[in-house]
Design a protein around this ligand. Structure first.
Ligand code: DOR
Length: 436
């Protein structure tokens, strides 16, 4: 089966390509990228316009699929469906499941669960058994089984000595330790960013320094060990400043932020709606501006969703009792395009770099993040101009806890191809027509 994507703007940051081209998919591979490929018999032709971006499938290195443990929130199947709807063809799942992904059978369980979904799903295994911070997992064995990184995400690795050892071991396999930057003693019983709005709302605050003090510690441990630290969901301007400085010194540091930190602030918590509650929390406008600057100057390497499903019951609780986390796979691209492309802050190439090629490069996902001949045909077709209103009832995720509900966004994926298969077709205008 051959599919010809005709006349779109092909953007591949890895090779520097940004031009109107045709892309021929043959089976599971990209067979050709060239201007004006003549359609042959039995090709399926998708007529695009130069307004459409044809990009490598999006990559999200930070999702929670709750599998195993909480199928009421998400399963690998529904999480993958949400990913596909959001234009993602590769995701990395966090290990805070039940049981925790901290052993060979659990890594194999994730890889097996991934198979029928059509997309690439990679396990991030726990740094410590049961995320308990006491005993390090068998990093080498888990890498050999398919773990691409290690994290106790949801919790910090509280002991600096444990983090040191994890960095020393992981360095031997050249995989990153993903740091959930939080000092629990400073975090206390906080439920939102500590600042003007926490005071106004009478809610206990989480100071920015609860994040940045851990960022500072792990920068020093990266320096000391030579290991690779990747900072998850960076939310504060202080953390950005530390990461910028560490990178200038040449340390092996990478960092992600989320669409919600780039678009929203703690002012959103004023209605006490738990769909605006996550950890790290939404911070102040000055933090949001610092994060935008950081994605623009490369201090932040990638955008990841921290897709964290919770049930409507849990998210109907009082703000301070409700669990942390928001879903993001189906809104990420729209939010990023609205916030960063339509405001002329980032070019199309820069956006695809942040959401595909760079995360694939940092996490060494060799079949992801590239759109070139011979490559696995993981391709997203994006209409950056399409306006749509976020309606959680339409989500393919099992959960509904989106802070973007009701917002109008500009830009969305219209087709997602994974391994050459078209798994999403959003727009009737794009109905493929078989040529005979
Ligand atoms: O808000 C969050 N939710 N932050 C995390 O680090 C974990 C996540 C979850 O698992 O729900």
């Amino acid at each position: 089966m051959k599919t010809l994507l005709k006349g779109g703007r092909v953007i591949d940051p890895a090779s520097g390509l940004d031009a109107v081209m045709d892309v021929l998919i043959d089976g599971s591979q990209v067979a050709a990228i060239a201007p004006n490929i003549a359609p042959e018999q039995a090709y399926e032709v998708v007529q695009l316009t130069p307004q459409h971006w044809v990009t490598p499938g999006l990559v999200d290195v930070h999702v929670h699929f709750r599998d195993p443990g909480s199928p009421d929130k998400e399963t690998t199947e529904t999480g993958a469906a949400a990913a596909i709807a959001g234009g993602f063809t590769t995701v990395c799942v966090m290990p805070n499941t039940s049981p925790v992904i901290d052993s060979t059978p659990m890594v194999q369980y994730i890889l097996n669960a991934a198979k029928p979904t059509g997309i690439q799903i990679f396990p991030i295994a726990a740094v410590t058994r049961g995320l308990e911070g006491e005993e390090m997992t068998s990093i080498g064995t888990l890498v050999s089984q398919g773990a691409v990184a290690f994290s106790d995400d949801g919790k910090p690795v509280a002991s600096a000595n444990m983090m040191r050892k994890a960095l020393e071991y992981s360095k031997m396999f050249d995989v990153p330790i993903v740091c959930h930057a939080e000092d629990c003693s400073l975090f206390g019983n906080g439920v939102m960013h500590e600042g003007y709005y926490s005071t106004l709302l009478g809610l206990p605050g989480i100071p920015s320094v609860a994040e940045s003090v851990m960022v500072a510690r792990d920068i020093e441990l990266a320096r000391f060990t030579g290991g690779r630290v990747h900072f998850a969901h960076i939310s504060s301007k202080e953390s950005v400043a530390l990461i910028r400085k560490a990178k200038a010194e040449g340390l092996r540091i990478t960092a992600e932020t989320t669409p919600h930190y780039l678009a929203l602030t703690d002012a959103c918590c004023q209605a006490y709606d738990p769909d605006f509650k996550m950890n790290g929390p939404l911070r102040a406008e000055t933090d949001r501006q610092a994060l935008i600057e950081a994605v623009m100057d490369g201090t932040i390497d990638m955008i990841a969703t921290d897709h964290a499903p919770h049930t409507p019951d849990e998210k109907s609780m009082a703000f301070d009792c409700s669990p942390n986390g928001v879903i993001g796979l189906e809104t990420a691209l729209g939010v990023v395009l609205t916030q960063l492309f339509h405001t002329a802050k980032l070019s199309p190439t820069a956006i695809i770099e942040l959401m595909s090629s760079k995360p694939a490069e940092v996490f060494k996902l060799k079949d992801s993040g590239k759109l070139s001949v011979g490559q696995r045909a993981d391709i997203t077709v994006i209409d950056p101009e399409q306006e749509w209103t976020v309606d959680p009832a339409q989500f393919r995720s099992k959960s509904r806890n989106s802070p973007f509900k009701g917002q109008t966004l500009k830009g969305r994926p219209v087709m997602t191809f994974a391994n050459g298969q078209c798994l999403l077709q959003q727009s009737e205008a794009l109905q493929a027509s078989a040529l005979v």
